[in-house]
Design a protein around this ligand. Sequence first.
Ligand code: SF4
Ligand code: SF4
Length: 380
Amino acid sequence: MKEVTVTDVKDYEQRHVDEAMEYIFSQYEGIIPKNGKVFVKINLVRDMSPEKAGTTHPAVVRAVVKVLEKYTDDITVGDSSGGKYTAGYMNAVYNKCGITAAVKDTKAVLNTDFSFTSCEFDGKTVRHLDITDSFLKADTVINIGKLKTHSFTGFSGTVKNLYGLLPGLVKVEYHSKFPHLSTFCDLLMDIEKFARPKIALNILDAIVGMEGPGPTNGTPRFIGKLIASPDAYKCDVTGVALFTQPMKMPLIRKAVENGLVSEQFVVETVKRMEPFYIEDFNRVDVMDDGAFLKLPDWIGRLMKRNLTPSVQVQSNCRACGKCRDHCPASAITIEKKATVDRNKCIRCFCCQELCPFDAIKLKKPLLYRIVRGLSHSRKK
Ligand code: SF4
Ligand code: SF4
């Protein structure tokens, strides 16, 4: 069985994606049990059209469903988005993201079970975590992430996609409990460890990815690849190697340090993907704040404030309140427009992710720009 499969796909025309998906699954014969209950976990960060490249493209979802139909009639497609985990909220997301149309006339159904269960976790960060029943009730899971930049974590792929196993606003709660990128990555690794036994295949939709201020307000960027692996870290390392050094991403570096993926695999993948490397990709550089945690609290906070971007509400804010409702630190108030209390803000960037009007930008502090500039010139 192949560790990682990378296929070229020139666009989202259904027959092209179908052909690529057939090839991918042919590399992993026997991973889908006959007549099992399969859950297809996609990325529906929020209600946005597929052309914006923030969500798993419907053509990819349909192609996966068509392959799965050969093995089972019991296929459910779904996610828990950044907002509420209710039928009303999720139906609007399914429609806007093109997923309702994608599963039409197939054997698959959209998830309508919005229950969840508190599960025991044998992890570094948590002992219990609420997990959606759509995942728990499945025999087998196909995890389809979207390759994109992410203002908080640097990138989003198949491991980050598993954060969507937490129901609705529980995600907000855990952003608040794990405000530092370093410990948030530990939490993601715990979730991946919990989910791994059920996941037959991880697929990264990198036909058109996102660059710039992702995961929702960046710019679509053609990459032309579908990447798949039974191992989520290997899938992500391969995707990230298309636009930056994977070891620059705290999640991947931590995964290597914890023995979840080998450094040798990372080195070999960078070499393998070199011919496809996108030099002018608009990356998001993030700083691993693990070192701050070892400092006295006030110094750590001062360092974080001066070394991570801050959120700035723009004049096009329409005071809709969505950012306030999802801010894990209750740092946002709304009058004529949103206002952020900088002393409360933990810089998780959920507000930027969920603002439907792209009214939140990130401002990089001077010290951040100096440190980044020095580290880039050193590398050159
Ligand atoms: S910043 Fe965006 S999400 Fe927040 S109130 Fe303004 S428009 Fe709404
Ligand atoms: S204001 Fe935005 S970045 Fe700050 S804590 Fe709230 S959601 Fe996170």
